[in-house]
Design a protein around this ligand. Sequence first.
Ligand code: ADP
Ligand code: MG
Length: 680
Amino acid sequence: MDIQYVKGVGPQRAKRLRKLNIHTVEDLLYYVPRDYEDRSQFKTISQCIEGEKVGLRVNVCGYPERRKARKNLSILRVQVKDASGYAYLVWFNQDYMINKLSLNDEIVVYGKVNIFNNQIQIMNPTIEKGDEEKVGRIIPIYALTNRLTNNEMIRIMTNAIRDYSSNLKERLPEYMIKDLNLMPIQEAIKNIHFPKSRSHYVKARKRLAFEELLILQLGLFLIKSRQEAINKGIQFPPVKEVYSFIEDLPFKLTKAQMKVFREVEKDMESHVQMNRLIQGDVGSGKTIMAVLAMFKAWKAGYQSVMMAPTEILAQQHFNSISKYFEDYDIRCELLVGSFTNKKKEAILKDLKEGKIHVLIGTHAVIQDKVEFKNLGLAITDEQHRFGVRQRAILSQKGESPDILVMTATPIPRTLALILYGDLDISIIDELPPGRKEIETYAVGFNLIDRVHNFVKKQLLEGRQAYIVCPLIEESESLDLESAEELYNTLKEEVYKDFKLGLLHGRMKQEEKDAVMERFANKELDLLVSTTVIEVGINVPNANIMVIYNAERFGLAQLHQLRGRVGRGEYQSYCILINGSNSKIARERMRILQSSSDGFYISEKDLELRGPGEFFGTRQHGLPDLKIANLFTDMEILKLAQKKAKEIIERDAYLLEDCHYYLRESIIDIFKDRIKDIIFN
Ligand code: ADP
Ligand code: MG
């Protein structure tokens, strides 16, 4: 039913509600409060404390007085009492309250305490007659747009619950509600808005969060299994030469790399389209996995493409990958935005004619003009920097090419099942041998001179270093300023006898490339940079990473930055300069010092900081969650995953009657994305 017909709504409010994406009664009932105010605990007047919000049961014991204090300010005051003493209720510009007050009325008030001239005043309180429903309860607070007040919303919600909650469909199957002892939907909806008690609230929320996560996970499982059933992919033939290629590598693949390559190989040789995510910590050797897959595609006569998030990274991949392929008749090309049109056009022409076998680049490779002759393999590196849409565009450059995505952002498996719900997951859980542990130190700014002396000593021995300056959030220009300032100070005062370079996001591509190249060629000793060096850069001779104001970075990001060193034969160091005294900052530094395990670090990061930007469900192409939180509701998520699996094992397409509403709900939240591929 349309929202307009709920009692107390009407056309005007309906418009405002629609702005909140509330279109039907059901939308309204599922519009859960963002917070609550606990008015279930009453105090007495004598217990009032300045500045606190209190609920009081009082009697009106005086006549209301109105006073015009200024032109725009009218003050209404009335005296009240309870057994412990007297107080005044005070309203500013709310003269209509006078109509609600009569002498000797017993009322419940809720408002902020202000002590003025030794009198207790309750400021702009809400009042209720003793027999009204809302009184003495936990009151919901809704996220609203400006023209709808919380009180209006409470009234509307009260009506909707009274008149329509009994029509709510129970989406969960009966047997599940029993098994898990969940609160039935009508009760849950009532209690999520107007909890009878704290424990009612907890149960209601758990039930609703469970329902939401179950539907999400079920939908993802279904999408995945159906994609597998209908997405015919390329069936690449087995290629023996891959193994001699592996033999000829300058290093021996780790066990984990070998295992992951076999998974990739198996996917490629099956007739189903590969959709695989390779997760591996910084330095675990993901690039070579891409190289092997590309080799296999080339042998079968197909083109490959690899997309990286930055030009620096694309360039670096291009350099190292061309080298791997130099003894073969494999033509690699780089395509980035900063190329001249003439250069781009030449590449695009050869690509279309199939003369280029491997294309490596940035977003430039997903531009409309880019056409392949026969793309067989599409790879995305550092997946977390791209949206799902970009990955999709890339794969549409061919006819169901196999898809490989790589990420250095380790996330717990439970989450991966949601965030990468449509992908199979391979994990490289081992670093190549001989890597020295990076020694990590956290120091305050008071030791900065000693840090620089240490760096200088290493530079004199022929090593190179990075100094990362903090990202200043929300302002790229401030960011730049801080980088330039630091660069100038270091150059002119601290590192006078050394060659310094500066790298930041605002530089033109050629400038960045030039600086990186000079650093890679050892023409520079020290690189001052913003976080643009965070992803992927590989200069084995660089062995020190100094991070200014490390407290401003996420743990996962610090771990990534640290991963820029420790790539060569030298002992490497990461020095975190902590500019904060807070306990949590120190705890974060301690975690980095004590662990080099990316999975552990990212779990801790979630615990301490909550989900960072890239964990947003939207970026992963998932529907928004209304109730559940993927990170704090981890236990509920686990349960939902377990139950989703059980349901699918029992009823793969949700055709049983008891699953009817689950199925409807899945279609509803995934909309077109699921309609076409499922349930037809
Ligand atoms: P990441 O997983 O961070 O992308 P890379 O693929 O860039 O890591 O690999 C990091 C470095 O490790 C590269 O210099 C690469 O040549 C090297 N490497 C990869 N695999 C191995 C291995 N099995 N043994 C030794 N070195 C390796
Ligand atoms: Mg990499």
